[in-house]
Design a protein. Sequence first.
Length: 356
Amino acid sequence: MTPLHDPNIRGFASDNYSGIHPEVLAAIAAANAGHQVAYGEDAYTERLQEVARRHFGDVALAFPVFNGTGANVTGLQSMLPRWGAVVAASTAHINVDEGGAPERVAGIKILSVPTDDGKLTPELIDREAWGWGDEHRAQPLVVSITQSTELGTLYTPDEIRAIADHIHPLGMRLHLDGARIANAAASLDLPLRAFTRDAGVDVLSLGGTKNGAMLGEAVVVLDPAASTGLTYLRKFNMQLSSKMRFVSAQLIALLEGDLWLRNAHHSNAMAQRLRAGVEAGLADGSIRGVAFTQPTQANGVFARLPDGVADRLRESFRFYDWDAAKNEVRWMCSFDTHEDDVDAFIAAIARETSAA
């Protein structure tokens, strides 16, 4: 097939825009020959269980799924009765960016809490963690946090442990949306289990797509008592892959060695390069009127631009508004973002802000 796009064009809209890492493509090809039993009874999905236990502890169990929304919906559904509700930050992906799937597919009530940095605290959780036994209120039985958050911020292990220790005595469970969990681990310089299993997380969505996979995430159960019915819910939610070996092979390629960490380190470093370049431009006057709205702790940069600048920049570089009313934008870096891409973007920001 003749390529239909220019492979030299890269933007800053989303780490979902990136291609597939060559090592992941090679893993798919390696898994392709011959026949393997369908629906997860294959050698690759079995190996994935070993890899998951290595990262998350001896009782961890991984259920490969197609995408992040499927992982979140299916994982949360396995943690809740029909009358259950989830406390989450108002910016959480499950609340804002999943098309109502948790409510419409899983039948879950989301109890959202406003937060300036995308992070929950025990005090913020208490705003919605009440009303147990009240038949008129959806019962808050799970807290869902995101690592790294939708605003590019990070929870420390101590912050996650504080949440777990606060909610577990209340009979609540802790879910972690880890679509960008590798970026968090790379930034914190910690193993994955340090801020998941060891910090009291019960179930997590393990991301792969944003870190170099073609498609593929997994629901990882860290406490078997916190989740029931995943074997059936995965099929029920249309997340059961018949040729599961190809999903599992991608996650093995990322997680068995250090590819997941290499990719995350690189995308984080490109975000830091972008922020540092803009800060240098603000200091020397070549860039004007840009203000950062969040710390840059993973692979996303959040900034406010002068009027009209975002649209002019988008003529050459794709990225999204975060809050158009405030001229706030989000710039995302990927495992395949080049230093030259970042430098060209910084130069464009200088050119357009000076013109403004």
